[in-house]
Each structure stands twice: as C-alpha cells, then as structure tokens.
Design a binder for this molecule. Structure first.
Ligand SMILES: [Zn+2]
Length: 257
C-alpha cells in the first residue's frame, strides 16, 4: 500500500504529468511541470490543491509550466541545487540523498546524471513509488545529452540496485511501444520481452497508458538495464566488453533506430 496517492495524466504530445498527494497532510506535488494548464486541470479534477513542484530535470517539457503554476497556486519548487541556474523559480535546492518531506511522506533525491548532468530521480521508499523523469523509460532510457554513456550506465545501474523490484516506476514520456520494438532487436531471444511487446501493442491500440512500470519488469525486459545479460552480449558480439560499453552500443543503436 502506498502512503501517497498518485494521479498520472498525459500532456503535451507524449509527456506524462503526475500529481502525488499525501492524504494525511493534504500536501500535493506535481512531478515536473510539463504544461501548467494540464497540471491545473488535474489539480481541479482531484481536488488536491498544489503545494509543490518537484523537478527531475531542467528540460523545457519538464519545467515550462513552473512560472504559471507558481503564479496561480503559490506552490514551491524543489529541484537540484546543481541546476539552480537553469530551473526558473527554484525555491528549495537539494542534492543526492536528500529527503524532501511532502507532508508525512519522504521523497528521496537520487542523482542520476547522464540525460542531463543535474537529473534527479525521486523515490518514496515508504510508498513504493519512484519518479524517474527522462532517465529510465519502460524498456528504454533517455538520450545521453550531457553526460557520457559510462555515466548514464552507472545512473541506470544505481537505480536498479536501489529501487526494490515491486517499486512502481513513473517515467516522463509514453515511449514504450517504440522502445519495445527496438528492444527485441538487441534481445531477440527474451520471451518475457516478446510477450510484453504484444501486451504494449494491445494497450496502445486501445489508447491506454503503459505506465507505471515496475523495476522487476524493467530488469526482465529493458535492454538498457541488461548490459550484463549473456544473450544480449552475444547478440551484439560484445561478450568480453565492459558493462558500460555494452550499454553504449545499445544506446547508439537506439539513437539510429
Ligand atoms: Zn529531458
């Protein structure tokens, strides 16, 4: 049972907005602010109000709604200290390992550099949920814009070591179908991945979201977490490579997929 109520909704072209609500105190945070109007509509629909925006990273489709949300609700903005210069309206700066108290619930910042250097994942250890922005996607991961492939691999590996298997993982985008179509090209003999692809095709055909996912599901099917897997290494002809080198090859192939 989660100590937080979570409400996910699509916005912009393929982003997800998420509201997290502590029912004890009434505190409510928007994870990122892709689109102020969509967040405000979700706030109205849930009746939860808005006390905070908790930022994963500084890209426009994650923080663009902050000025309007602050103006309309007076919410406070929490994000990476290292990105204070590029997150407009940041009120509370945090670093790796810090716990932010959303009412009675603690959300822990996990530094996951790679997509951007200041990227944070947010994990509620007591609630079994995590918000990973554009670092981890269902069967995919974010592009490596600011870090190195080795850095991104270490961030993803840290997530799979840190987050328990049953953690519900909320990602920044609905990229699952194209990720799955790519994943089978580098992990062709994985039956769990094959059946997940079929399920995702069905869900998208009916217009349903494919998220949240779980860490267990990602460990079994996400090639970007599976650089140690013998089958993937063999398929890529990289049996003797370092883990991050296998990751880098998969990332490079996905970039050109
Ligand atoms: Zn991004």
């Amino acid at each position: 049972m989660s100590v937080l109520d979570v409400h996910m909704f699509p916005c912009l072209s393929d982003n997800y907005g998420v509201l997290v609500h502590d029912p004890v105190s009434g505190a409510t945070a928007s994870i990122d602010a892709p689109d102020a109007d969509a967040v405000l509509a979700a706030v109205a629909e849930t009746g939860w109000g808005l006390s905070h925006v908790i930022v994963t990273h500084h890209h426009w489709d994650h923080i663009g709604g902050i000025p309007k949300l602050k103006a309309e609700t007076g919410c406070r903005v929490v994000g990476a200290a290292s990105d204070a210069h590029r997150i407009e309206g940041l009120d509370e700066a945090v670093a790796d390992g810090d716990d932010f108290a959303l009412g009675q619930a603690a959300l822990r910042a996990i530094a996951v550099p790679g997509h951007t250097l200041g990227h944070l994942a947010w994990w509620c250890p007591g609630g079994g949920v995590a918000f990973v922005g554009d670092t981890l996607f269902a069967m995919g991961c974010g592009r490596v814009f600011e870090g190195t492939p080795e850095m991104m691999w270490q961030s993803l590996d840290r997530l799979q070591e840190t987050l328990p298997d049953d953690t519900l993982v909320y990602c920044g985008h609905e990229y699952t179908l194209s990720n799955a179509k790519f994943a089978v090209t580098v992990d062709p003999d994985n039956p769990v991945l094959r059946s997940r692809l079929e399920r995702v095709v069905e869900l998208r055909r009916e217009g349903h979201p494919t998220l949240p996912t779980t860490m267990a599901q990602e460990k079994a099917t996400n090639p970007f977490l599976r650089a140690r897997d013998a089958g993937i290494r063999k398929a890529l002809g990289l049996e003797a490579a370092k883990d991050w080198e296998v990751f880098a090859e998969i990332r490079s192939r996905k970039d050109h997929f």
